[in-house]
Write a protein that binds this ligand. Structure first.
Ligand SMILES: O=C(O)CCC(=O)C(=O)O
Ligand SMILES: [Fe+2]
Length: 371
């Protein structure tokens, strides 16, 4: 999740941006007509001012980074003998400390379920922009559909992507119309399978740091979690802007299913590195809540997506989150680094920061004075 992007108010916020961006509601008729047929949000129009201002021939430093394989965890090992189980648990904990990212295979989520989710997501996200913007099916909350960047002041801050950031209580608590049954059932199947993977990993991480807890089993129910359907259209200005701006996730942890296009990058030892896609694997990353709860043992690492000049890319992210009232207390070795805060308080602070300083500040806001 929930990153700064979670709190983005798509259309209205873009309108209020410091850059004189356009809003599809005020487009002249002709542009409106063209747009109603295109699946892509009006990025070029919205970012026109910044695109014109910035130099044209910049070196493509975004994609010129080293590609790496994330630490690979075979979750089948957890069901083998004690030695294999312990070894696998240690690998998970080590990757979360050293990388904040790893990938899992034999995770238990069926290939068919993942494929169904992907194809329903593609159908939804290839609908005309105007239809996505006004999407009323599934009774999704306002602001679920987002595109672009909220308050861009430079090209580096632009996101050439769109998302349905779905509050899962919206779909799990409600009925759906006949024409959305397949989308909804694919989402449900995906969510229940991935939630199990997320909880199992979260529990292992808690136990490996010596903290017994029922927090994940009891509180992080699918209803309090989020699902983000990402689409990255091909970007003609790919060397000058991002598919998705650098951010950390606000979740306990995130499970990502990506296609084979690639573009995800993360910071390791102070450098950006590119993640090599593995079609059999799910990507796991530690979010801010786990970093705070583990007293900085597990790392919520900055990541971004670089834009692609020709290929459309899809990814689906599941954010393991507690209800807003859940209190996050730093525990583990040493004195607490962060003050105690509720998840709701954390999200509110992000919203405020996006509004006032243009971006998420995140955990540094919650550091205790001695740190
Ligand atoms: O699309 C990706 O690879 C990453 C998406 C992501 O970081 C997010 O949705 O928070
Ligand atoms: Fe993310």
């Amino acid at each position: 999740m929930e990153n700064h992007i979670l709190v983005q108010e798509p259309q209205t916020r873009l309108l209020k941006a410091t850059v004189p961006v356009c809003n599809s509601d005020c487009f002249p008729n002709q542009a409106d007509m063209r747009m109603s047929e295109s699946a892509d949000p009006p990025f070029e129009i919205a970012y026109k001012h910044l695109l014109e201002k910035a130099p044209k021939n910049v070196e493509n430093s975004l994609s010129a980074v080293e590609e790496c394989e994330l630490p690979l965890i075979d979750m089948q090992q957890l069901a083998l003998g004690e030695a294999e189980r312990q070894e696998c648990r240690k690998l998970i904990a080590r990757a979360s400390q050293e990388w904040g990212f790893f990938q899992v295979i034999n995770h238990g989520a069926s290939r068919g379920g993942l494929e169904n989710m992907r194809s329903e997501q593609m159908k939804l996200m290839r609908k005309p922009f105007q239809e996505k913007k006004a999407y009323k099916d599934l009774n999704l909350s306002d602001g679920t559909y987002r595109w672009g960047a909220p308050l861009p002041t430079s090209l580096k801050q632009l996101s050439w992507s769109e998302a349905f950031h779905v509050r899962l209580s919206d779909i799990l608590d409600s009925r759906c119309s006949h024409n959305t049954i397949r989308l909804r059932s694919s989402m449900e199947e995906f969510v229940f399978a991935i939630c199990e993977v997320a909880k199992e990993l979260a529990e292992i991480l808690a136990e490996e740091m010596g903290r017994e807890t029922d927090l994940f089993r009891e509180e992080c129910l699918p209803e309090s979690c989020y699902l983000r359907l990402n689409r990255y259209p091909p970007c003609p200005n790919y060397s000058r802007m991002m598919g998705l701006m650098p951010h950390t996730d606000t979740s306990f942890l995130t499970v990502l299913h990506q296609d084979n296009v690639g573009g995800l990058q993360l910071v390791k030892d102070g450098k950006w590195i590119a993640v090599k896609p593995n079609p059999d694997a799910l990507i796991i990353n530690i979010g801010d809540l786990f970093q705070a709860w583990s007293n900085n043992l597990y790392k919520s690492v900055e990541h971004r997506v670089v834009a692609n000049p020709v290929k459309e890319r899809f990814s689906t992210a599941y954010f393991l989150c507690p209800p807003t009232g859940t209190v996050i207390e730093s525990g583990g070795v040493g004195g607490a680094v962060y003050r105690t805060f509720s998840f709701g308080e954390y999200k509110k602070q992000i919203e405020l920061d996006v509004k006032n300083v243009g971006q998420k500040v995140g955990l540094p806001r919650f550091l205790l004075p001695t740190h």
